[in-house]
Design a protein around this ligand. Structure first.
Ligand code: AHR
Length: 503
């Protein structure tokens, strides 16, 4: 058994826990919208055809914001096709996912779903096939009270009050060669700056996200951020970051250490944004919107869109089945997002339902939770107050991809009002348990209110519609307090949460 020590002190604070860290993503992709959130024939469906059971699980997951409508989809989207009477709408080809978009759900339906679910919308505009004017039209439709063409169209379509959407993404992954209308950083930076400037003429209070490169592995990464921000710095509030990880070639140790890359990614984007800030003599800081993150087995067959003459509606796409190790990595990614709360001000797990998702549905039928649901729901529910800067003393082990990596990773939050301290931790060892020793001298008189661990001797176990309860976070009975220290044993390949309250 390994031993690791974590020291906490209320004075060492990174920044606030931000509710927007617990965002999600609904894209018109595969079965995320159709037969996902929207399934009119389902027994729990409302008048708009939205499944009540999906809304319930989205609430239980603790989702704050939902990014919409894409993703790659948005780069070919004509939002006007999906407003007004549903029976007058026509299907369109969706080139991004080689599918047919039936346009049964559009911005008005999505906004009703968001209101019912109690989530904040984060809207993306198409800067692939479209530009400034169409972004302005959509913004006018959504946020202007009335008395102008698009605002009055919204009212005629049944939404008297403006939606007043605050967060807007200026396109999606515009450096990706797969992106419809992909651009050079100069082209995109100019377009993003001009779109942002014009959008603020309608609504100065918007919070705007400019596209960073599609991932830290992109050849464009770094230089893309520098050039785009040089063009657009004054006009935007966030730069986006996207990261997906998966276990490759059976190298579980490297996969479990994926957050080494995520932390480095955040540090690099923040450093680039700060360098541009200095070069452009700006005072405000541009922060990070980590608006796509998850485990995604991109090389599996179900990640490949259909082809040829086959343009199906809502095909099965990206329906990854997550195991226990995947859930540990997801829990660790949340640890990273919280630890970086001074720079990551918003994040969206991609995606919500069926498509690389914590929630799965059968068309017209059952709903079930994937393993990754649990670390997200528990972190979203219990992280509160401020994120603490920890001193972690952990043994290391060797990984093929990242070299020596700490076996234990953790983050803690402290709610000054209630006094609660919550520690989220992962044991990334494949074989050894970790005897965790929490030094709580800065927090005298605490007791363990709840200690749970997600693990399984078979870390390849995945939930199904028939069984999504056999492997749930279980009480960790080893957690004990003595002399202002908490000790707990964390099994190999595990994610844990320890909630401590004042005596
Ligand atoms: O989330 C799935 C896809 O991943 C999104 O459409 C795209 O933005 C990213 O490449």
């Amino acid at each position: 058994m390994y031993s690791a020590t974590v020291s906490l002190d209320p004075a060492f604070v990174v920044g606030p826990v931000r509710r927007r860290t617990f965002g999600s993503f609904v894209e018109h992709l595969g079965r995320c919208v159709y037969t996902g959130i929207h399934d009119p024939g389902h027994p729990t469906a409302d008048a708009d055809g939205f499944r009540g059971d999906v809304i319930e699980l989205t609430r239980e997951l603790g989702v704050s914001t939902v990014r919409y409508p894409g993703g790659n989809f948005v780069s070919g989207y004509r939002w006007e096709d999906a407003v007004g009477p549903v029976e007058q709408r026509t299907p369109r080809l969706d080139l991004a996912w080689h599918s047919t978009e039936p346009n049964l759900v559009g911005v008005d339906e999505f906004m009703r779903w968001a209101a019912r679910t109690g989530v904040e919308p984060m809207m993306a505009v198409n800067l692939g096939t479209r530009g400034v004017q169409e972004a302005l039209d959509l913004l006018e439709y959504c946020n202007v009270p009335g008395g102008s063409f698009w605002a009055d169209q919204r009212r005629a379509n049944g939404a008297e009050d403006p939606y007043r959407i605050k967060m807007w993404c200026l396109g999606n992954e515009m450096d990706g060669p797969w992106q419809i209308g992909s651009k050079t950083p100069q082209e995109y930076g100019r377009l993003a700056a001009e779109t942002a400037r014009a959008m603020r003429m309608i609504d100065p209070g918007l919070e705007l996200v400019v596209c960073g490169s599609s991932g830290s592995q992109m050849p464009t990464f770094g230089e893309w951020e520098r050039v785009v921000l040089t063009e657009a710095y004054e006009h935007v509030d966030y730069v986006s970051a996207h990261a997906y990880y998966w276990e490759e070639d059976g190298d579980l140790a490297s996969f479990l250490a994926s957050v080494v890359d995520m932390d480095h990614f955040v540090e690099s984007v923040a450093a680039t944004a700060d360098a541009v800030r200095a070069a452009r003599k700006q005072t405000k800081r541009v922060h990070i919107s980590f608006d796509e993150w998850n485990v995604w087995y991109q090389k599996r067959a179900e990640s490949r869109p259909p082809s040829g003459d086959d343009w199906p509606v809502a095909p099965v796409l990206l329906e990854d089945r997550y195991n226990v190790a995947d859930a540990v990595v997801v829990g660790n990614m949340l640890i990273s997002l919280l630890r970086n709360t001074d720079r990551v001000h918003s994040a969206s797990m991609a995606q919500l339902v069926n498509v690389i998702a914590p929630i799965m549905t059968e068309p017209g039928g059952r709903i079930w939770k994937q393993t990754i649901f649990h670390p997200f729901a528990l972190t979203a529910r219990h992280a509160a107050g401020e994120v603490l800067r920890l001193a972690i003393d952990s043994p290391v082990h060797e990984t093929a991809r990242f070299g020596e990596v700490a076996v234990l990773d953790a983050v803690a939050t402290h709610d000054a009002e209630s006094g609660d301290v919550v520690v989220f931790a992962v044991n990334r060892s494949l074989t050894e348990g970790v005897a965790l020793d929490l030094d709580l001298r800065g927090f005298p008189g605490m007791r363990v209110a709840e200690a749970v661990t997600l693990s399984n001797p078979d870390h390849t176990w995945s939930a199904t519609a028939d069984d999504d309860t056999s492997v749930l976070p279980q009480p960790n009975t080893s957690a004990k307090v003595a002399d202002d220290r908490v000790r707990a044993e964390l099994p190999p390949v595990s994610w844990s949460m320890l909630r401590l309250v004042r005596e």
